[in-house]
Design a protein around this ligand. Structure first.
Ligand code: F6P
Length: 557
């Protein structure tokens, strides 16, 4: 592993600091002075039209950001990732989610493994299985076709499938639905299985490691629920053979640890593998996407993967000045490191993307929430901003106030589609048009604000004027797509994957490990005996934890 360049020591960093110091953001004036500003800063990325013009940038800033990318060798790191070098240094692994969407005729051999052949072997098995479920050829233990697929997973084994399933609901086959269990709170299993018919339910247990406490606990609860409810209905006779048969028909698994899948009691024939070079949060395009493939069908899933691949190719080959993931990643650096932005809002004006922000939180924050660089030295600047958001006008009536008039700069990405899945007219009003009017209005209001003169011209009383002035110069990026197709969803995910990558390279961190999650997992297991009443284990805890656990023990029924 080559030592990461310390971005803060580069000429470009110093230049950016200087540019920031001299910058007087004035989007009104900039737009007035540059008639081509929108065109100059708008780009096409596969199906996505991306407008960066309402950001606090000028051509000098973009040039300096691109020099920064050169000086920290983003292109070299990118090529190393695509080639399968072990850029995940703390786990000594390749990072090859981009290989999951390579077409069948592509070639890539990594560590002696024909990656493309392996990927397509699993995809073909997934598609065959998905077709069987969709056609009714795959039946439950009593011969009934599957109507509900319940995915049990957490983190990357949940957020990707649930987000994409929700995003592509209009593509779902009628008569089939997916549900998702992730939280170890037993309420999740109880509510998600409520009302389900065990005879028509298929569980997918998705876990890269097949050791995750939440997933295995939930899978065991689901298995008990299945066997109990089938027995209650008289659908199985309760013998070991009938139970094994029921599990074989109602449980499949997705994992890199196929031996552990078998130990759990799931037939390896019904398991779909992937590889340790696929990070959990980068895995929805692997077998982890199985619920999506079942719901939308193989043809749509192929389009979904092709969407990722189009963006991969853009990121890999497009010149820096028009390379959208590169530019957006660098913009995030500009705001985090030069404007001290702490967070980044992602605001989809598309209800179907209502889980997109939650998905991005894992992708971006588990990737870039790091304070040491990949060579073990401390980072030299701020890293990982907080990503958050809500869809559409819901956010306008909740937290936009703070984005418009708060004291913090919050860069925001606005995402919308031109053609909705459900075009509706309310009388003469095109409702989606009305929805998008809000999208356009918000980005304009954030950029251009409302001056004191404008407020006064409305006859506002003097004492209220300051409260009604909008400074403007709140940066936004607008992303428009023709429609929320499987390909577009793939493109959006790949775009944010590569943005995250670019930021990680500039910060010199390993964006592909997640050691920070480990401590909590370990402590939960250590504290569990105390929670179950072991006095000695309780006395090993700090005084606050002891008091909290004691309160719990005293107050539980
Ligand atoms: O939260 C840590 C993590 O390892 C994530 O990166 C991963 O997506 C999640 O746990 C679930 O892990 P697994 O798929 O191995 O069950």
């Amino acid at each position: 592993m080559t030592k990461p360049v310390d971005a803060t020591t580069t000429d470009a960093w110093a230049e950016l600091a200087q540019l920031k110091q001299n910058l007087e953001p004035d989007l009104r004036a900039w737009f007035a002075a540059e008639p081509k500003r929108a065109a100059d800063f708008s780009f096409q990325l596969a199906d996505l039209h991306v407008d960066l013009s309402k950001n606090l940038i000028n051509h000098d800033v973009v040039a300096a950001l691109l020099r920064l990318a050169e000086q920290v060798d983003v292109a070299g790191r990118r090529d190393a990732m695509f080639a399968g070098e072990h850029i995940n240094v703390t786990e000594d692994r390749a990072v090859l989610h981009t290989a999951l969407r390579l077409p069948k005729d592509a070639e890539l051999t990594v560590d002696g493994q024909d990656v493309v052949a392996d990927v397509h072997e699993v995809l073909d098995r997934m598609y065959e299985f998905a077709d069987k479920v969709r056609s009714g050829e795959w039946v439950g233990v009593t011969g009934k076709r599957i109507e509900t697929v319940v995915n049990i997973g957490i983190g990357g084994s949940d957020l990707g499938p649930v987000m994409v399933y929700e995003a592509l609901l209009p593509y779902k086959q009628d008569g089939l639905e997916c549900r998702f269990i992730s939280n170890i709170d037993p309420a999740d299993v109880a509510e998600t299985t409520r009302g389900l018919d065990p005879e028509t339910t298929l569980f997918i247990v998705a876990s890269k490691t097949f050791t995750t406490l939440e997933t295995l606990t939930n899978a065991r609860m689901a298995r008990s629920w299945l066997l109990r409810t089938l027995a209650d209905d008289g659908a199985i006779d309760g013998t070991d053979a009938s139970k094994a048969d029921a599990i074989a028909k109602h449980f499949v698994a997705v994992s890199t640890a196929l031996d552990k899948v078998e130990e759990f009691g799931i037939d390896p024939v019904n398991a779909f593998g992937f590889w340790n070079w696929v990070g959990g949060r980068y895995s929805v395009d692997s077998a982890v996407g199985l619920p999506v493939a079942i719901a939308i069908g193989p043809a749509n899933f192929r389009d979904f993967l092709a969407g990722f691949h189009a963006v991969d190719e853009h990121f890999r080959t497009e010149a820096p000045g028009t390379n959208v993931p590169l530019l957006m990643g660098l913009l995030n650096i500009w705001y985090v490191n030069f404007f001290d932005a702490h967070s980044h809002a992602v605001l989809p004006y598309a209800q179907y993307l209502h889980r997109f922000a939650a998905y991005l939180q894992q992708l971006t924050m588990e990737s870039n929430g790091k304070s040491v660089r990949s060579d073990g030295t401390p980072v030299t600047s701020q890293t990982g901003e907080i990503f958050w958001g809500e869809p559409g006008t819901n956010g306008q009536h909740a937290f936009y106030q703070l984005i418009h008039q708060g004291t913090r700069l919050i860069p925001a990405d606005f995402i919308a589609v031109a053609n909705p899945a459900n075009p509706v007219k309310d009388g003469e009003t095109d409702v989606h048009g009305l929805f998008l009017a809000n999208f356009f209005a918000q980005t304009a209001a954030l950029a251009f604000g409302k001056t004191e003169a404008e407020v006064r011209a409305e006859g506002t009383a003097d004492e209220i004027v300051p409260a009604r002035v909008f400074e403007g110069n709140r940066p936004t990026t607008s992303i428009l797509a023709p429609a929320l197709t499987p390909a577009v969803v793939g493109q959006l995910i790949a775009l944010y994957e590569h943005i995250t990558f670019v930021q990680g390279v500039v910060w010199g961190i390993d964006s592909f490990d997640q050691w920070g999650v480990e401590l909590g997992k370990k402590l939960a297991l250590e504290i569990a005996p105390a929670v179950f009443g072991d006095a000695e284990a309780l006395s090993d805890q700090d005084s606050s934890t002891q008091a909290l656990v004691s309160w719990y023990l005293a107050n539980r029924a």
